[in-house]
Design a binder for this molecule. Structure first.
Ligand code: GDP
Length: 468
């Protein structure tokens, strides 16, 4: 149990109607009573109480104070929330009074850390709380909510349970070979069990592959020859009612110049400035940009002018984007079209043959659009969702690993367990692989925080918001 009382402003430090100051620690209701005029000492838990915050007998602010007794609180210890007026000055005055009376300023994430240390939530749930605060769209929010409700924890606990059974059985076999009533775990009976665990881990890692793109957005670049309609198309996407433009700086090394949310799928547009270059001698620019971005973008939108003949540049670009996540937008479909989907697909296949790597037909999504008339945008959305999320963006019952720390730990567990299978295949004795089994167990335990050191716990919580 923690001895001291911590305090922090839980709301944002901007002028607002109301601010909330959070207090947590043993006997913190009695502590707040020292400088609050409402009578809270005798009041039942989970009540809202009216009064004034006072300092040296002087009224500071008129507030509502929520009290939470016992251990059924967010932190697992007694808590008070002071709702004061939301001015920047008045909020810090109330905070100051708390500190003057002996509370300590909370560190970042310290409320959540106490909740974790008091066993109210596990580490993966605490991290999901942090995720919901930083969520940028409804899908990231849904995923974080699942994490808070313990979906990851449940999955990890099941895996750990299976592992511990195997580990115990091996230990018993080694330590007490004379025990007849414990079934001997032979290589042939262990292999399917660990293979089954590996399959489960692999599935969740695989399902979660594109989750980063849901949470953070798809790094997208628009390329194509000058005048094919790249900026018109960008504007058309931005003009859509459902498109929201925000500036989220610093999410990637590249400068994200705006994010378009298309029915929940967030496209982070990079280097849109390049689109507006207007020099005449930029024929090559589409090709150069394609080369540069084929490597770093998650998605390439290749715009072709359907009303003018294709040229070498288009052919070059098709070669470059081969095998990458790309969509061809056949723009200006409102005019007489002299370029067809078939022509693009044929060229694309020829570019494949030219590389002599893959003689099979490879389909590239090609969509007829008109930036001018706003045609084809719906089809574009559908293709986009199919491409990244197999058409499914609902995330109903599946479990996803959304946190990079969890993913790394799960991968570590997977590799340790793979080593077990290798040892079995190589005919190694049982005691040889129990160490790898323990490694796998430990990696899984680090996700929920069971097998994790204090330093790492501190580091994780230090990334949380103040007052969280
Ligand atoms: P960029 O150089 O690739 O960015 O091309 P722009 O977006 O500047 O467009 C070049 C020209 O094509 C402009 O005059 C646009 O009005 C015109 N344009 C763009 N999209 C369409 C379209 O879908 N239909 C028609 N008819 N014209 C278009």
């Amino acid at each position: 149990m923690n001895e001291d009382i911590i305090v922090a402003i839980a709301t944002s430090r901007l002028e607002a109607a109301i601010s909330m100051i959070r207090v947590s620690g043993p006997d913190c209701i009695a502590f707040v009573q020292k400088f609050f005029t409402g009578k809270i000492i005798e009041k039942p838990s989970h009540t809202i109480n009216y009064g004034y915050i006072i300092d040296d007998g002087k009224r500071i602010d008129e507030v509502l104070v929520n009290i939470y007794r016992g251990t059924r609180t967010f932190t697992g210890e007694e808590m008070v929330e002071i709702n004061c007026h939301g001015g920047v000055y008045i909020t810090s005055r109330v905070l100051e009074v708390c500190i003057k009376n002996g509370a300590r300023m909370a560190e970042r994430g310290e409320f959540s850390k106490r909740a974790f240390l008091n066993g109210r939530i596990d580490l993966s749930q605490a991290e999901a709380i942090s995720d919901i605060i930083t969520a940028k769209n409804s899908y990231a929010t849904d995923l974080a909510l699942k994490g808070i409700s313990g979906s990851i924890s449940g999955f990890i606990e099941d895996l750990k349970e299976d592992l511990i059974q195997i580990i115990t059985q091996i230990e018993v076999n080694i330590d007490y070979p004379e025990y007849d009533d414990v079934e001997e775990l032979t290589a042939s009976s262990l292999l399917p069990r660990s293979a089954n665990l590996l399959t489960k881990m692999n599935k969740i890692l695989d399902d979660s592959k594109n989750i980063k793109l849901v949470k953070e957005g798809i790094k997208t670049v628009i390329i194509g020859r000058p005048n094919v309609g790249k900026s018109s198309l960008l504007n058309a996407l931005l003009r859509e009612d459902k498109a929201i433009v925000t500036n989220i700086a610093g999410t990637t090394r590249d400068i994200v110049e705006g994010s378009i949310s298309i029915d929940g799928v967030v496209l982070n547009m990079i280097d849109t400035a390049g689109i507006r270059e207007t020099e005449d001698i930029v024929e090559q620019i589409g090709v150069d940009r394609a080369k540069e971005y084929a490597e770093k973008a998650d998605l390439i939108l290749f715009v072709v002018d359907a009303s003018s003949p294709l040229d070498d540049n288009d052919y070059e670009i098709l070669k470059i984007i081969r095998g990458k996540q790309a969509i061809v937008l056949l723009n200006k479909s409102d005019l007489d079209m002299i370029v067809s989907k078939n022509m693009i697909q044929t060229l694309y296949n020829e570019s494949n043959l030219a590389k002599k790597e893959n003689k099979e037909m490879q389909e590239i999504p090609i969509i007829e659009v008109s930036a001018k008339k706003n045609h084809g945008i719906d089809e574009f959305e559908t293709v986009l969702k199919d491409m990244f999320f197999a058409g499914n963006l609902s995330f109903n019952d599946e479990i996803y690993i959304t946190n990079i720390r969890h993913k790394t730990a799960l991968q570590d567990a997977y590799h340790a367990l793979s080593r077990v299978n290798d040892s079995i295949d190589a005919g190694m004795p049982e005691d040889f692989y129990s160490i790898d089994l323990l490694d796998a167990y430990e990696s899984l335990g680090s996700i929920t925080g069971e097998t994790i050191g204090e330093d790492l716990v501190n580091e994780i919580f230090s990334k949380f918001c103040m007052g969280k």
